[in-house]
Ligand binder design. Sequence first.
Ligand code: ADP
Ligand code: ADP
Length: 217
Amino acid sequence: MLVARNLTKNYSNLQVLKGVDVTVGRGEIVTIVGSSGAGKSTLLHLLGTLDIPSSGEVWLEDVNLTTLRGNALADFRNKNIGFIFQFHHLLPEFSALENVCIPGFIAGTPKKEVRERARFLLSTLGLESRVDHKPNELSGGEQQRVAVARALINSPAIVMADEPTGNLDSKNARELHQLFLELRDQFKQTFIIVTHNEELAPLSDRQLVMKDGKIIN
Ligand code: ADP
Ligand code: ADP
């Protein structure tokens, strides 16, 4: 479903990705692990269209993501790729429900449909009693689950997560990872997850180990 071929990325004279190939199938949970500076975030950003490779290609089904620019890129990304970061980046002045709805409104989906799906997702994530709460009225684990619901609102082909558990205690981290497994079983949702969490990575379907700009297994 997602295929990256021979990706390289240079920052001025520093080559941080040195020819990376990745294939991810529908419903797979793939973790990217490796020491700090190995190129994990850079790879995730290239796979998620947040950055453009110096060479190589990324394909999602039959779309060459590396050729998309401007509004076409922003639209494609909003509809097809969900993002979860270490810090949830929820908008503080909006409720949980509103935060989840925003990417759906941007995609132009009818508002009623977006709100219904947002309520469904928040309930699925155990947050039905929190829909009207603002982010600062939620715990860290709850905030991160709202961010997961937001990432799923447009039913994206792939969810990219960069250290999603980095800011959670180990109980919440385990629960979030369990949630990814359930979402994969329920919706055949695909996840690519950069993580330092050595306890969680082995629970994924496949681990990509990065070292010095390459995948070493
Ligand atoms: P990881 O996620 O594995 O910690 P990164 O992908 O964040 O690694 O970074 C890989 C290397 O690329 C590091 O040496 C980092 O300093 C460098 N790097 C990342 N982004 C940039 C950038 N925008 N400009 C210059 N160097 C960068
Ligand atoms: P993480 O630790 O979560 O992998 P980083 O701290 O490596 O993330 O990177 C955070 C942001 O800073 C990214 O957008 C990355 O591109 C940028 N960045 C990382 N290293 C450098 C660098 N040496 N010079 C400039 N920008 C960098």
